[in-house]
Ligand binder design. Structure first.
Ligand code: EPZ
Length: 416
């Protein structure tokens, strides 16, 4: 699907079941490489990034099958320790395979993932963690060769709670001799899930959910089965959708506590919320009040919802300021929102948004995954039709945003 058309000013009503978490399942798929046997994961989202990761696992020798939303990976044989370059370029997060390849084979060959539309995306913290465990990092012919005769448990102290670097440090230390202590670790729910997943495979990790993770090295892992929780960012996207469109929806299949920064903000902006064990009911009547928001590492407001909340505020009431402190390039959506009539001024890391309702439908282009989803949210608050181009970005993280929102009453369709 390359174009999405949204007919705005329709309120939303009904229940939506949220797909499995992209940012939880990608490191779990990488973790399966550590085990010379079978790993089964349920509730896997059927999204482009998962299909891409599947392709890499098959290229390095794993036997994989995605049956509906159940993934079976048999990693008994690994035939290469190099992550194919074309995958690194198309999906930066494939760098997450370097930790398990290093942990299992003593070698990981990759290339610098390079920047993307939201920022430089360096990997210095990943490489620092590998070196602390005793690996040598060399650059040859634009390839990164990370090698280690043995990996030895060490103290790793991150200057910034990088999600990916924390995941790679965990994955590389599972078989390290002795104990590894990771301080300044990221505390995102996806890290907690990865610790639970690895322990379920036979690893020995303590401290999940805190900024200090302790990994006692083990010799091997065993077959395991695991169910992925719902995607908190997809859920937050649909929370933004009902705030922009108004209405009353039930968002099912997520842990509301993983979204508390977003739900607290939604209530301050005028949404009425009721939380349940596995879901969230949202009621929105009238325009949301613009607020000041700062993105920060978990449990702060997630950078992955910054574009979506900008779209809500653009069609809201009053003035709000958005500070993006995680990715330096994550305001690209503002330029597209202005084409819909939004009044947004960018000043360095800060966006000042004056709400205006309704916005006016127009042709726009998705700048990245979450920016694309944000333009769909904005389209719900536009008079007339909004046409979003380059929607392949959205398919990287959303199974079918048109299916989901039209099941809630939106007039939206995808076209080739
Ligand atoms: C993960 O990316 C997520 N991706 C991102 O979601 C998310 O935005 C991000 O975490 C922050 O929550 C996946 O999980 C696949 P980081 P990651 O390392 O691991 C700097 C989405 O939309 N940094 O926490 O790449 C970096 O420049 C995606 O689903 C270094 O300086 O994020 C950035 O400023 C987008 N050196 C900050 O840390 C490093 O070695 C956050 O990056 C690594 C990171």
């Amino acid at each position: 699907m390359s174009v999405i058309q949204v007919q705005g000013l329709r309120s939303l009503k009904g229940e939506i079941k949220i797909q499995g978490s992209k940012n939880a399942v990608l490191p779990m798929m990488a973790a399966a490489v550590l085990h010379k046997g079978t790993t089964v994961i349920h509730n896997v989202p059927r999204i482009q990034d998962v299909f891409c990761m599947l392709g890499i696992l098959q290229r390095i020798g794993c036997d994989c099958r995605l049956d509906g939303t159940t993934l079976i990976v048999n990693a008994s044989t690994i035939t290469q320790a190099e992550i194919p370059e074309e995958y690194i370029k198309s999906m930066r997060s494939s760098i997450i395979l370097s930790g398990p390849l290093l942990g299992r084979t003593g070698l990981a060959v990759t290339s610098f993932p390079g920047g993307c539309s939201i920022g430089q995306r360096p990997i210095d913290l990943h490489l620092y963690a590998f070196q602390r465990l005793g690996a040598v990092v060399e650059e040859k012919a634009e390839k990164l060769i990370v090698s280690a005769r043995t990996l030895t448990g060490a103290d790793i102290e991150f200057r910034f709670p990088s999600v990916g670097a924390t995941e790679n440090a965990l994955l590389a230390s599972v078989f390290a001799k002795g104990t590894t202590v990771i301080r300044g670790a990221a505390k995102e729910p996806e890290i907690t899930t990865l610790c639970e997943f690895l322990n379920n495979m036979g690893a020995k990790i303590e401290g999940a959910g805190t900024s200090k993770l302790t990994v006692m090295g083990v010799k091997s892992l065993h077959d395991s089965e695991f169910i992925v929780a719902g995607d908190r960012i997809v859920a937050g996207t649909y929370l933004a959708a009902v705030m922009a469109a108004e209405g009353n929806i039930f968002i099912k299949g997520i842990r509301p506590e993983e979204l508390s920064a977003a739900t607290t903000l939604a209530e301050r902006m005028g949404a009425e919320l009721k939380t349940y064990r596995d879901g969230l009911e949202v009621y929105m009547k009238g325009r949301p009040d613009c607020m000041d928001v700062v993105t920060s590492p978990y449990p702060g407001f997630p950078t992955d919802l910054q574009s979506q909340i900008m779209a809500v505020m653009a069609s809201g009431h009053g003035t709000g300021r958005l500070m993006e402190t995680i990715f330096e390039g994550r305001f690209a959506t503002a330029k597209e929102l202005r084409k819909l009539g939004a009044d947004i001024m960018i000043d360095g890391k800060r966006a000042i948004v004056h709400g205006l309702y309704p916005l006016s439908g127009n042709r726009v282009t998705a700048p990245d995954l979450r920016g694309g989803a944000a333009l769909v949210v904005a389209g719900l608050a536009c008079e007339g039709v909004t046409e979003i181009h380059e929607c392949y970005h959205i398919e990287r993280g959303y199974e079918d945003i048109c299916r989901d929102l039209s099941s809630l009453g939106a007039v939206i369709r995808g076209m080739e």
